[in-house]
Design a protein around this ligand. Structure first.
Ligand code: F6R
Length: 619
């Protein structure tokens, strides 16, 4: 939610900042802006800025017509609006009263109304509706009083409430950019004779793969030669240095029309990478970021999975796997609801937080609540150095690489892999499954990348199907057991990027209400369970018959060799044969392709769907 960039170094700051914004645009694209410090001969200096509503391309057009002056220090922002409409005036950066300080912000300043009234009482004119402009004025008041930008930022952070990443420059101090963070992402890029700031490493990955992770409530100063970190009171602090294990090519479209399509096709590798190195030489499962002792795992009597959106559906699949393999009861809860129902938690409850970005505000608040109740928290996350894994007792990193399309695809599949690994690991420690049983599932998992490849090889059939549905306004998805979350995920993908009415249902629930939606020609995508579970399979066929009898057009996803389904399928998409618990890993893929292709045919921006942003850092 909002992308932030900062730069100090020998290059032209405008180029570095705009390039960084392009890589961060997936975080928000309501408006964009840059501010540069332009030094003047006799000292002093001034701020040059440009900002524009809409996508980054609009700002680039403005800059192409009217290039900003040369500068080596700059900040930039791409916005997902919270306070105030996405127009030119509300776009960041915001300037102080004297136009001396420019500042960008991600997050929400909760006490901004009170701070704004105080400033207005002192005759400050605030031109935007944003909470950010208030902070720009406050920081500027501080530098005007004679302290440097670093002290100004520290002092202002002490009076702010809420979640924020702030990045500021001072026209009178052209060699530094100062930033602060509380509950909102910010990383430092460490170069040679130059330094970068970004909401995530994509902002500077083409210049350096060396990064510095910051802690909570810290202020960081970057200059050409160094990085200095303090807390909000000015006491020295340290960041954690790490090397980013992917490069620029991972953040490029690589010949695809959309990042989303590229990421769908990257899934075989993403799944394989997420399985790498999980078995010891003795053949035992090992999760080296686990950090929970075997005794602690044996003491777990209940698991609560918390997550949002697509990650929540991964959690639903995890419930089936964990309960089946470990016999530990599992609840799955939306993170936005979790704290408000007063959940029953204690030291024997393991809370599993699933978050691709590691920054989702609802999930973060939920794990904090769990930890205050003495529960252990394990994060499943794709983003090294992000807040949720940092604040968790243990973490399983997925290795999907950067996911840039707003709609999650490889993020989801690798979350599923991590959930299966967690379930199997717990089964190993608790002894609820024999070693050879665990081995067998691991071998089945290791075969999945090739099976996903075979689904992707059939993409054309799905694209043709999407073409047949260009005029469709409504689509239903049905599933049972582990196929039910797949149905929900298929529907979510279609809502997000094709803006269609799409609903996923548990097939058994149909006759309790949703079947009333069925009318002549309504497309119903049905995730048919593998035949190993005959009861499930038969029940699913009954559900399919029910909708078909009422005129629905059934599009069935069923495994190769399943002939029983043939009479009930208007369209049949074949899936590789995999065990029922693992079927989401292959059954989700055609649904992703369907949504991606349909949205493309409808002329939508697949990577940046309306109203959405990749990383939801506000509650
Ligand atoms: C859907 C999607 C969202 C996210 C949700 C949680 O395609 O991407 O529903 O899954 O916002 O995000 P994370 O996993 O980053 O916590």
């Amino acid at each position: 939610m909002c992308g932030i960039v900062g730069y100090v170094g020998p290059r032209q700051a405008q180029e570095v900042v705009v390039e960084g914004l392009r890589r961060l645009e997936y975080r928000g694209y309501d408006s964009a802006g840059v501010a540069l410090v332009v030094p003047s001969e006799g000292g002093g200096g001034r701020i040059a800025e440009a900002k524009k509503a809409g996508k980054l391309a609009n700002l680039e057009k403005v800059l192409a017509e009217d290039l900003l002056p040369a500068s080596h220090t700059g900040i930039g922002h791409t916005r997902w609006a919270t306070h105030g409409a996405p127009n030119d005036v509300n776009a960041h950066p915001h300037l102080g009263h004297e136009r001396r300080v420019a500042l960008v912000h991600n997050g929400i300043i909760e006490n901004f109304a009170e701070l704004r009234s105080r400033l207005e009482a002192d005759d400050h004119v605030l031109v935007s509706e944003t909470d950010t402009e208030v902070v720009a004025h406050l920081v500027e008041l501080q530098v005007e009083s004679g302290v440097d930008l670093t002290t100004a930022m520290q002092r202002v952070c002490q009076v702010l409430e809420g979640a924020f990443t702030l990045v500021a420059v001072d026209a009178h101090d052209p060699d530094r950019v100062v930033a602060a963070r509380r509950n909102s992402p910010l990383v430092v890029g460490v170069g040679e004779g130059e330094h970068f700031l970004g909401s995530d490493v994509a902002a500077f990955i083409e210049h350096t793969r060396e990064a510095l992770e910051l802690g909570q409530d810290q202020v960081v100063v970057i200059t050409r030669d160094g990085v200095q970190i303090t807390d909000f009171e000015g006491r020295p602090a340290e960041g954690r240095r790490y090397h980013v294990d992917w490069d620029l090519s991972a953040a490029e479209k690589d010949g695809h029309d959309w990042f989303m399509r590229k990421e769908i096709f990257e899934q075989p590798k993403a799944v394989a990478d997420s399985l790498l190195g999980r078995r010891s030489q003795e053949g035992l499962l090992q999760l080296d970021e686990m950090r929970l002792a075997d005794d602690e795992i044996r003491d777990i009597s209940k698991i609560i999975i918390i997550a949002a959106g697509t990650s929540f559906y991964a959690g639903m699949v995890a419930k089936y796997a964990i309960e089946h393999w470990t016999r530990i009861p599992v609840e799955v809860e939306l993170s936005s609801e979790f704290r408000y129902r007063d959940p029953i938690l204690d030291y024997s409850t393991l809370v599993v937080a699933i978050s691709q970005s590691g920054e989702t505000a609802d999930t973060l608040q939920a794990i904090r609540h769990a930890r205050t109740q003495r529960s252990k928290v394990l994060a499943i996350c794709n983003t090294n150095g992000s807040t949720i894994p940092r604040e968790s007792d243990a973490v399983i990193y997925t290795h999907a690489g950067p996911e840039i399309g707003v709609a999650s695809t490889k993020g989801f599949l690798t979350q599923l892999v991590a959930c299966y690994l967690l379930a199997l690991y717990m089964a190993q420690v608790k002894g609820t499954r024999y070693g050879d049983e665990i081995d067998e599932v691991m071998s089945q998992l290791e075969a999945i990348p090739a099976q996903i490849e075979s689904v992707l090889a059939g993409a054309q059939q799905v694209y043709d199907l999407a073409e047949d549905h260009v005029g469709t306004r409504s689509v239903l998805f049905l599933g049972r057991h582990a196929g039910y979350p797949v149905a929900l995920e298929g529907a979510l993908k279609l809502k997000e990027i094709a803006y269609l009415h799409a609903e996923g249902f548990a097939a058994g629930e149909l006759k309790h209400g949703p079947i009333a939606l069925v009318e002549e020609g309504l497309p119903v995508l049905c995730v048919v369970p593998p035949r190993g579970r005959d009861q499930l399979h038969e029940k699913m066929i009954s559900g399919i018959q029910e909708v078909r009898a009422r005129g629905a057009r059934t599009i069935c996803l069923a495994e190769h060799g399943d002939t029983k389904i043939e009479p009930y399928a208007d369209v049949l998409i074949r899936l590789p044969r995999v065990p029922v618990l693992l079927q989401p890993l292959v059954a989700t893929v055609p649904l992703q392709l369907f949504a991606c292709e349909l949205a493309t045919l409808l002329g939508h921006d697949v990577d940046q769907p309306r109203n959405l942003a990749k990383s939801v850092t506000v509650e």
